[in-house]
Write a protein that binds this ligand. Structure first.
Ligand code: SF4
Ligand code: SF4
Length: 69
């Protein structure tokens, strides 16, 4: 299974990764702010990830790591 990880402290909550993901794995946190005051992207349906890395390519802050197994 592929594994996607978001470095929430680096994330600025732009949502580009959320829209880029074809599987609906990522969401912006509805109830949490990071140290910068943004709602970070969170991995909500990890089991759906296919490791395509679209999210990581879209992220302007390189906050996403995708590990393919
Ligand atoms: S690697 Fe692909 S499927 Fe997995 S979270 Fe990123 S965009 Fe979605
Ligand atoms: S694209 Fe990057 S900065 Fe934007 S919400 Fe996703 S993880 Fe955060």
């Amino acid at each position: 299974m592929s594994k996607v990880t978001v470095n929430e402290d680096v994330c600025k909550g732009c949502g580009l990764c959320v829209h880029a993901c074809p599987k609906g794995v990522l969401f912006l946190s509805p109830d949490r702010l990071n140290a910068k005051g943004y709602s970070p992207a969170v991995v909500r349906f990890a089991e759906k990830c296919i490791g395509c890395a679209m999210c990581g390519m879209m992220c302007p802050d390189s906050a996403i790591t995708v590990e393919k197994e």
